[in-house]
Design a protein around this ligand. Structure first.
Ligand code: C2E
Ligand code: MG
Ligand code: MG
Length: 355
């Protein structure tokens, strides 16, 4: 749509009316249907060289609007073009990192809160750029998802993590170690996850019950058949399922009812403020919920002894976070395993449960 005139606020007003109109429910064959739209707005001006550039800018703004969620409009800004270029660069660099086998998997310990005993590790992807600086995963994962590279990357992480866990299990002192691997919605929908998990287990010889597949609530939002089937089939293999970042997504409770979940991971935003009254009460109720539903609870992002103590007093059994250890390469894990307990100090004395 072309809007003429010099009133710069007019396109936004128009966009809002269009979105409202689109969002109005209507009927198809007696069923109520509702759709949403996303609108990008670009203004013509001295910086715009051609009609093509104006349309491209509007397109970039529309992508930005889409990523904000449903039914939004966005005005083009110069940074959107720079960000699009950066994403393209990163995607190309990621492709060559895969080809050159430069992606790494690091391992963060998961411990029993009562005594710091390491019960397993979460495998976390790591990618060090040409400058040897780690590229933040919050940036890498969305690009990997957008480009479909996540399926390939997911396969690599699964293979390595399962093989590594099997190696640790060969040592009698660490025979019971579990390994948790993150998967994204894309992998669930791609249809290859089950085959990839099966192959990783078979090649490594890792028992399925030692593998935990973590997914976030947003991965489960699309309650579509392929996703539900993938989860059921994984579970039938004997693999356990964990709901990651619990409490940050939507309709958490309905997910718990619908999906065959074994473990809830309490998001670190709750853990960070566990000492506060309201947040503490929330954490306590998630722990109670887990107990009622026979689901194990892992508190994520524990950074201080006080948080660990607080959670333990709430009878949360497992935890993970910088206080116990960051994600490290497999070589460094060997050292952690010889210590066996984290932090490397005598087991905490059992404390009386606070009222
Ligand atoms: P996540 O699965 O919830 O992983 C935990 C994240 O929290 C990790 O960030 C970890 O380094 C960080 N973390 C752990 N303890 C603490 C703490 O005490 N304080 C703070 N501030 N942070 C802590 P990371 O590695 O940057 O990963 C971010 C997210 O990227 C992960 O969140 C996960 O959703 C995704 N991700 C990482 N590796 C993979 C992968 O192999 N595949 C997929 N699909 N996603 C992955
Ligand atoms: Mg995770
Ligand atoms: Mg998490």
């Amino acid at each position: 749509m072309l809007v003429e005139g010099s009133d710069h606020a007019r396109p936004a007003r128009l966009a809002a009316s269009v979105l409202r109109l689109i969002a109005a429910p209507f009927e198809i064959r007696g069923k109520q249907v509702q759709i949403t739209g996303s609108i990008g707005i670009a203004l013509n001006g001295p910086g715009v060289a051609s009609a093509e550039e104006l349309v491209r800018n509007a397109d970039l703004a529309m992508s930005a609007a889409k990523s904000q969620g449903k039914g939004q409009s966005e005005l083009y800004q110069g940074r959107m073009h720079r960000e699009a270029l950066r994403r393209l660069d990163l995607k190309a660099a990621l492709e060559s990192a895969i080809a050159d086998e430069r992606l790494e998997v690091h391992y963060q310990p998961i411990v029993r809160l009562s005594d710091g005993l390491i019960t397993g590790f979460e495998a976390l992807l790591r990618w060090f750029g040409d400058d040897d600086e780690p590229v933040p995963m919050d940036e890498v994962i969305p690009i990997a998802e957008e480009s479909g590279l996540i399926v390939q990357i997911g396969r690599i992480v699964l293979q390595r993590a399962c093989a590594q866990a099997r190696l640790w299990q060969m040592d009698p002192s660490t025979a019971g170690i579990d390994i948790a691997v993150n998967v994204s919605a894309w992998q669930l929908e791609s249809g290859s996850l089950l085959a990839d998990v099966r192959a990783a287990l078979q090649e490594s010889g890792l028992p399925p019950s030692s593998l935990i597949v973590e997914m976030t609530e947003s991965a489960l939002i699309k309650e579509n058949l392929p996703t539900i089937r993938a989860l059921r089939e994984l579970r039938a293999l004997g693999v356990r399922l964990a709901l990651d970042d619990f409490g940050t997504g939507y309709s958490s409770l309905s997910h718990l009812r619908q999906f065959p979940i074994d473990i809830l991971k309490i998001d670190r935003t709750f853990v960070a403020s566990v000492a506060r009254r309201r947040e503490g009460a929330l954490v306590r109720s998630i722990i109670d919920l887990g107990r009622t539903m026979n689901v194990a609870i892992i508190a994520e992002g524990i950074e201080t002894a006080a948080q660990a103590d607080e959670l333990e007093a709430m009878e949360c059994t497992l935890g993970q976070g910088f206080y116990f250890g960051r994600a490290v390469p497999a070589e460094a894990v060997g050292e952690l395993l010889t210590i066996g307990r984290l932090p490397a100090r005598p087991a905490r004395r059992p404390r009386a449960r606070s009222a």
